[in-house]
Design a protein around this ligand. Structure first.
Ligand code: SF4
Length: 64
């Protein structure tokens, strides 16, 4: 699984950060960034999916 953030949609609400702090951070422009390069480790899949559901602007894109 890979995760991306659509920067044009992200509003910096930070729901992703509270749900999956090992996967996301918020940069100095208040845009979410993905902390993991490439394939997400198996143990982070569930929280990444949860973050995608929690994102109010559907900015989190998951590629299976
Ligand atoms: S929850 Fe969505 S809109 Fe909010 S910071 Fe994360 S990716 Fe951006």
């Amino acid at each position: 699984m890979k995760v991306r953030v659509d920067e044009d949609k992200c509003c910096g609400f930070a729901a992703c950060l509270s749900v999956a702090p090992k996967v996301f951070d918020i940069d100095s422009d208040q845009i979410a960034v993905v902390l993991v390069d490439g394939e997400l480790p198996e143990d982070l899949h569930a929280c990444a999916r949860e973050a995608a559901e929690a994102c109010p602007t559907d900015a989190i894109l998951i590629e299976e």
